[in-house]
Write a protein that binds this ligand. Structure first.
Ligand code: SF4
Length: 215
């Protein structure tokens, strides 16, 4: 956060703290405080599946209130005690909302093309992800969550969707925000593994842990 603030002059439009599931992190309260103390303006929100919200401590809710942290709940086909969540949010004066309804009943499939022979420029131009999900992970800035997390897919299915030093920026190197913004307007090599034309939505179902779900 300190390094990001240094590069971006403490200015941000929106920082979203994501997991996995961020509410599982025992240090979430500290992280929220750090984020807000360093970025005093701009929206900071936690994106959660909501399952643990009714079990979170008073300290968590008070931190969200005191440090102006919003809570965004993703739609999943699971049972949540929505009334209890709204009650808690009201009680502690926390802004808590569900993501847009158009994602409510469908699951987004973003297939991978293992051949890596897609046109990366065309893909990048058509892809909306870099405009909403620039991802900072372990000091590296990626244009999207796919580039940041595809190593999990590689490990699970013994594949090699290659991530190179050209797919991210090390924010600890000597770089300006202008250079970062410019870099974010261009495709990265891993874009050639995205099958943009194949993106679609489908009905929710339990994963069979089969690679076909990703292709
Ligand atoms: S790798 Fe490129 S095309 Fe694929 S999601 Fe990221 S930015 Fe979009």
């Amino acid at each position: 956060m300190n390094r990001a603030a240094e590069i971006f002059d403490h200015e941000c439009d929106n920082i979203r703290l994501l997991g996995g599931e961020p509410l599982l992190n025992p240090e979430i309260n500290t992280m929220l405080k750090i984020a807000r103390e360093i970025f005093t303006d701009g929206v900071i929100d936690i994106v959660t599946n909501g399952i643990l919200l009714t079990q979170m401590s008073e300290d968590f809710w008070r931190t969200c209130h005191d440090y102006k942290i919003y809570i965004e709940i993703s739609h999943y086909p699971i049972k949540l005690d929505e009334n209890k969540i709204k009650e808690l949010a009201d009680k502690f004066g926390v802004t808590c909302f569900w993501e847009t309804d158009d994602l409510k009943d469908k699951f987004g499939v973003f297939p991978i093309d293992l051949s890596g022979k897609q046109d990366m420029r065309k893909n990048f131009i058509l892809c909306h992800v870099p405009t909403i999900c620039i991802t900072l992970k372990h000091g590296r800035l990626y244009p999207c969550y796919f580039a940041a997390h595809v190593h999990h897919f590689n490990k699970k299915f013994n594949k090699n969707v290659e991530i190179t030093e050209r797919d991210y920026i090390d924010i600890y190197k000597d770089i300006s925000k202008r250079e970062i913004f410019k870099w974010l307007t261009k495709p990265v090599p891993v874009c050639r593994f995205c099958n943009i034309a194949g993106r679609h939505t489908t009905n929710w179902e339990i994963s069979k842990q089969d690679i076909s779900e990703w292709l």
